[in-house]
Design a binder for this molecule. Structure first.
Ligand code: GLP
Length: 249
């Protein structure tokens, strides 16, 4: 694992955006795995800025989003579909036909998961997966549990995630109780993973995930088994990691 430590949120967004843009420049037809949450917002702003300046072209890229709430329509402002369109896709040039996001309103959850997985397999899997980390160590919506689901599945969200994400809804009762998420195998099969993390309130879970035992109780800890991970954080989020001999990049 490579650890990149930025002074603050803006710095971490620039570092993560640099890694993503290098991927797209070196391999224009990359399959990217975008993530949602508040952490990637600045990363998307930076990528949009470079795209507007003519330095970054997504016209050959394909994307597969990590997760989506179940039971919410794409045009609902709380959906991850809406988030992605408004914070990224409408500002760049990924062709609409190559943008993939689980359909939150699909009637048959199992069929939607199968459809998503087979599309992903057809496209050859993910070249670069962007991840955030939930306060309980979840990645995507792979919640702490005793074992992992491997491919895309419908998850019952944990109480802690419902509480953490309810801030985006007008009340906690409106927060969906289920979501679609790529499973751990889909995530671990990504050729490269960039995990972005910001803020002191994530410092404990970052230490548990990267210095603690590998356990399904802390889903992000499984990333210790991946051989191509970039952990990009600000000083507060990385504060509890053991110091590097020569300092972090
Ligand atoms: C949600 C998403 C995750 C994300 C997490 C952390 O639960 N499903 O993919 O990593 O939020 O979000 P934030 O960056 O807002 O802390």
């Amino acid at each position: 694992m490579r650890v990149y430590c930025a002074k603050d949120y803006d710095g971490l967004c620039r570092k993560a955006a640099n890694i993503l843009s290098a991927q797209v420049i070196l391999k224009p037809n990359s399959v990217l795995g975008p993530a949602t949450g508040s952490t990637p917002l600045g990363i998307y702003r930076q990528l949009i800025d470079w795209h507007r300046k003519g330095d970054l072209d997504f016209s050959c890229a394909t994307t597969f989003n990590l997760d989506e709430y179940r039971g919410i329509a794409p045009e609902n402002p709380q959906s991850y579909h809406y988030y992605m369109v408004h914070n990224f896709f409408r500002h760049v040039n990924v062709p609409a036909s190559r943008i993939h996001i689980p359909n939150g309103t699909a009637e048959d959850g199992a069929a939607e998961c199968a459809r998503y997985e087979s599309l992903l397999a057809e496209c050859g899997g993910i070249d670069m997966q962007l991840l955030g980390i939930g306060r309980n160590g979840h990645i995507g919506f792979n919640e702490p549990s005793s074992q992992f689901e491997s491919s895309t599945f419908v998850v019952d969200l944990s109480e802690s995630t419902i509480k953490a994400n309810a801030r985006f809804f007008s009340s906690e009762s409106e927060m969906p109780r289920q979501a679609y998420t790529m499973g751990m195998r889909s995530i671990m099969q990504a050729k490269r993973i960039v995990l972005a993390v910001s803020g002191g309130d994530k410092a404990n879970i970052v230490r548990e995930a990267f210095c603690g035992p590998i356990t399904a109780a802390v889903p992000a800890s499984v990333l210790q088994l991946h051989n191509n991970v970039d952990l990009v954080g600000d000083e507060d989020a990385l504060a509890l990691l053991p110091p590097e001999k020569d300092g972090y990049s």
